[in-house]
Design a protein around this ligand. Structure first.
Ligand SMILES: Cc1cc2nc3c(=O)[nH]c(=O)nc-3n(C[C@H](O)[C@H](O)[C@H](O)COP(=O)(O)O)c2cc1C
Length: 167
């Protein structure tokens, strides 16, 4: 039977959703049946044989949507392999935080589920899509804007998932 993988993301500006879609496309190439969806819209994990969770970091924190998702599905998430990724600017601009702190936050939000793989990828900060407050915050910290997503790094991480998830 083909693996059925859910790639569940949360996003404010869309870039984490695009990373989730890229991961989903690559997982499909392995023969898995993949669903990519906003985690706030998921009502059941029934039938999935693995889950990948993705969240951006905003002002030093991974999204509270992950905690809500983990609470909602705490029993089911312990039955399947779970991997997670974080997006943010920290990988290219360490003043915005420590990569290992953010991957640790994601792991902590999902505990007691043990992640089979966890990574942080550089995200996208689109100057045109920032609110006035966000622009103030990011310019105060001199945060660089642009699309820093490293699709090769994302694909390389995804390539290792089937073995780590046992699919
Ligand atoms: C107001 C604001 C605060 C942010 N804070 C952080 C942060 O503390 N650490 C970090 O690494 N990235 C931070 N980022 C960058 C976002 O995580 C990055 O742009 C991410 O790719 C956004 O994902 P999304 O498009 O899915 O919402 C921040 C971005 C904004 C606009």
């Amino acid at each position: 039977m083909a693996a059925r993988i859910l790639v569940a993301y949360t996003t404010r500006k869309g870039s984490t959703a695009e990373v989730a879609l890229a991961i989903g496309k690559d997982l499909e190439k392995t023969g898995a049946v993949v669903t990519v969806a906003d985690m706030t819209t998921i009502s059941s994990l029934e039938g999935y044989t693995g889950v990948v969770i993705g969240t951006p970091v905003y002002t030093g924190k991974v999204s509270g949507d992950v905690t809500a998702f983990a609470t909602r599905f705490k029993d089911q998430l312990q039955q399947v392999p779970v991997a997670g990724f974080v997006t943010g600017i920290a990988p290219v601009y360490p003043k915005t935080g420590d990569v290992s702190v953010f991957t640790g936050q994601l792991a902590g939000a999902l505990a007691p589920v043990q992640l089979v793989a966890v990574a942080m990828f550089a995200g996208k900060l689109d100057a045109a899509r920032l609110s006035l407050i966000e622009r103030g915050m990011t310019s105060l910290l001199k945060v660089p804007t642009g699309d820093f997503r490293d699709w090769a790094a994302i694909a390389a991480w995804t390539r290792e998932l089937p073995a780590k998830m046992g699919i």
